[in-house]
Design a binder for this molecule. Structure first.
Ligand code: PHE
Length: 352
C-alpha cells in the first residue's frame, strides 16, 4: 500500500516522525527541490488512519511543486501533515509545535513551511522558536508577514475575473452569482473582494458562528452543504478541503466556472475532462491559489513590499491563466493538462 503510493508519487523524500509525548504523527513530504528548497504549509488535523494522512501529504506536496513551477517561482514543493491522535489535549499543542520546529531545523533548509488548514501565524511563531529560519508567515508582532489567506484570496479573485472574461467575455463581476464554499482565512477575504466588485455572493460553511454572521448579519444567501452542488451560480469557488470535484458532484454542478482556493479540488485527473465535457471552465487550483505562498515567501525572503507582493500575485495568476486558456484551445487539452504541461516544461528546463 505505502510502497505503491510512494512509487506513483515521484517525489524525493518523505520523513515520518512519531511524536511520542503527544502521540501525533508528523509527515514531511519533500516532493521536489528542482526550482528551490521544498516549501509548503503545515496541515494539522485528525485523519482516519495513517494511510490517508500520508496520501494527503504526498498529493499536497506535489501540488506545491506545480504551483511554484507554473510561474517559475524559485521554490520547490513540499508539505507537512501533522496527524493528531483522536484524543488530543490542547495543552499538548505548544510542545508538539516546538518539537516539530526542532525537526524542521534539523532538516537544515531542505524544508520551509507556513500555515495551512489547522495552523495559523501564531502557530508559526511557536514553530519558529525552534525551527527558525525556515518558518514563514509568523505574526507581524514576531517579525513575520502575517496571514497568507488575504493574498491567496487576491489570487483567487484575479482567477475568477480571468475565467469570467474567458467565459462571458467580460471581467466585470457585477451581478455574477459566486458561491464560496468555506469561509476561512481565504474565503473571508475573497467574499470581501467579491462584494466590493458587486458580485452576488452565496456561501456555504459548516460552522454555526460563521453561518450566523454571514447569513444574519451580513445578509448573504446561505447554501446548506447538501445543496452545494445543486445550486445555480456562475462561479463555484471551493475554499475548504480538497476532493470536492468528483464524478458525482460534476453530474450535479450548475455553474459555468470552478475557481477556488482549496488545494486538490479534483478527486481524479479524469474530473478535468468531465468538467470540460460539461462546458464548465476549471481554473486549476494550484494556479489560482498560489497567492499566499508566493506573497509571503516573496516578502520574507526576497524583500518584496506588500504592494509588490500583491502586484506579483495578480500578474502571475492572470498571465498563467491566459497561457492555460490559450493552450487549451490550440491543443484541445483540459486546463488541468495545460497547467501541468507548463509546470513540467519549467521543471524540465532545470537539470538536477
Ligand atoms: N498553505 C499555503 C499553500 O498551500 C502554504 C504556504 C503559506 C507556504 C505561506 C508558505 C507560506 O499554498
Amino acid at each position: 500500500m505505502i510502497d505503491s503510493k510512494l512509487k506513483t508519487w515521484e517525489g524525493e523524500t518523505v520523513i515520518i516522525h512519531f511524536d511520542r509525548p503527544s502521540a501525533a504523527t508528523i509527515i514531511i513530504a519533500l516532493h521536489s527541490s528542482r526550482l528551490g528548497p521544498a516549501t509548503g504549509g503545515t496541515r494539522m488535523k485528525n485523519y482516519p488512519d495513517f494511510e490517508s494522512a500520508l496520501e494527503d501529504a504526498l498529493r499536497l506536496s506535489a501540488g506545491m511543486t506545480y504551483k511554484f513551477a507554473v510561474p517559475g517561482f524559485p521554490r520547490g514543493g513540499g508539505k507537512a501533515v501533522i496527524s493528531l491522535p483522536e484524543k488530543f489535549s490542547p495543552q499538548m499543542r505548544t510542545g508538539l509545535l516546538q518539537r516539530y520546529g526542532k525537526l524542521i531545523h534539523k532538516l537544515n533548509g531542505q524544508f520551509y513551511t507556513g500555515p495551512d488548514i489547522g495552523t495559523s501565524p501564531s502557530d508559526m511563531d511557536i514553530i519558529a522558536e525552534t525551527g527558525a529560519p525556515y518558518v514563514h508567515s509568523r505574526t507581524p508582532q514576531a517579525g513575520g508577514a502575517g496571514s497568507s489567506g488575504p493574498f491567496t484570496a487576491l489570487g483567487v479573485f484575479t482567477g475568477i475575473k480571468a475565467a469570467c472574461q474567458h467565459v462571458f467575455g467580460s471581467v466585470t463581476l457585477a451581478g455574477r452569482r459566486v458561491l464560496v464554499q468555506g469561509v476561512g482565512s481565504v474565503g473571508q477575504k475573497l467574499i470581501e473582494y467579491l462584494r466590493s466588485a458587486k458580485a452576488e455572493v452565496l456561501f456555504s460553511d459548516i460552522d454555526e458562528k460563521i453561518i450566523r454572521k454571514y447569513r444574519d448579519e451580513i445578509g448573504l444567501e446561505f447554501v446548506p452543504p447538501e445543496k452545494l452542488f445543486d445550486t445555480e451560480c456562475d462561479v463555484f469557488s471551493p475554499c475548504a478541503l480538497g476532493n470536492v470535484i468528483s464524478k458525482e458532484s460534476i453530474e450535479r454542478l450548475k455553474c459555468r466556472i470552478v475557481a477556488g482556493g482549496a488545494n486538490n479540488q479534483l478527486t481524479e485527473t479524469k474530473d478535468a475532462q468531465r468538467l470540460q465535457a460539461k462546458k464548465i471552465l476549471y481554473a486549476p487550483d494550484y494556479v489560482v491559489n498560489i497567492g499566499g505562498a508566493m506573497a509571503i515567501t516573496g516578502m520574507e525572503s526576497m524583500g518584496w513590499s506588500h504592494q509588490e507582493a500583491e502586484k506579483q500575485v495578480v500578474e502571475s495568476v492572470r498571465n498563467a491563466l491566459g497561457r492555460i486558456f490559450e493552450l487549451t484551445e490550440t491543443e484541445g487539452i483540459t486546463t488541468e493538462a495545460a497547467a501541468r504541461r507548463i509546470a513540467e516544461e519549467r521543471l524540465n528546463s532545470v537539470d538536477k
